[in-house]
Write a protein that binds this ligand. Structure first.
Ligand code: ZN
Length: 238
């Protein structure tokens, strides 16, 4: 791990690719540095061993161009918002000192996703506490974005990722164990899985059209966004 401008935190390897890879690529092209922190190793996934998924995750990191990808192994399908987990993530925040953090949305189908939002937020707060039992200087990110890709929640804004969409798919396809081959075993438990990549494509198109471009990734923020120029707004109203 090293200092980055933007840190994407997610529950499972492949979440960042599905939800926010295009945004990371765009920010990296703009000159910012980015890192990825997976809170679990995805070991409860129906297919793929942790070793296989680690190789896939590294390949996807290279496609995205992130400086690093780290995993905390906090327990797939049993991630809890414990103080221990909060401090483990806070340690990573202090090591990487991001200005902006991307988290999953705070509601959702998979408990790990909404729990990651809680753990991530509380870690961002704890990392700034001078007296916290953590190495390194206190640091608190300036901005926290919540990806709404997995949940039907109204986003606060969307990022145009049109030039990056094909590379986003390339990053997703690195996870061959999750999205390739015979899906019957997975689909028996979770029918929507087989359509997941297609759903991501549809979501990106939907939010892209909402802002007048081809593909976009949606985010929510809890604060009111400040706008300086109300004459030169990018999103059309009519
Ligand atoms: Zn996930």
């Amino acid at each position: 791990m090293e200092n980055v401008d933007l840190l994407a935190i997610a529950a499972h390897p492949d979440d960042v690719e599905l939800t926010s890879a295009g945004t990371l690529m765009k920010m990296i092209d703009a000159g910012y540095s980015a890192g990825i922190l997976d809170l679990t190793e995805g070991e409860m996934g129906t297919r793929g061993t942790p070793e296989v998924r680690a190789g896939e995750a590294e390949a996807a990191r290279r496609v995205i161009g992130a400086r690093f990808r780290a995993g905390l192994d906090l327990g797939d399908a049993r991630l809890t918002a414990s103080v221990e987990n909060r401090m483990a993530v806070a340690r990573a925040i202090r090591k990487t000192r991001p200005r902006t953090v991307i988290l999953p949305y705070w509601e959702g189908r998979h408990p790990d996703h909404y729990t990651a939002a809680t753990v991530g937020y509380e870690a961002c707060y704890a990392a700034g506490l001078k007296k916290a039992d953590l190495d390194g200087a206190p640091h608190r990110p300036h901005t926290i974005l919540y990806s709404t890709m997995y949940h039907d929640a109204p986003p606060s804004f969307a990022v145009d990722i049109t030039p990056y969409f094909e590379r986003k798919l390339e990053a997703i396809r690195c996870f061959e164990s999750q999205f390739g081959g015979d899906m019957s075993e997975v689909v028996a438990v979770y029918p929507a899985w087989a359509r997941l990549v297609d759903r991501i494509r549809t979501q990106c198109r939907f939010y892209g059209h909402q802002i007048g471009v081809e593909y976009a990734e949606p985010y929510a923020v809890r604060e009111t966004l400040a706008i300086d120029d109300v004459v030169d707004m990018k999103s059309p109203s009519i």
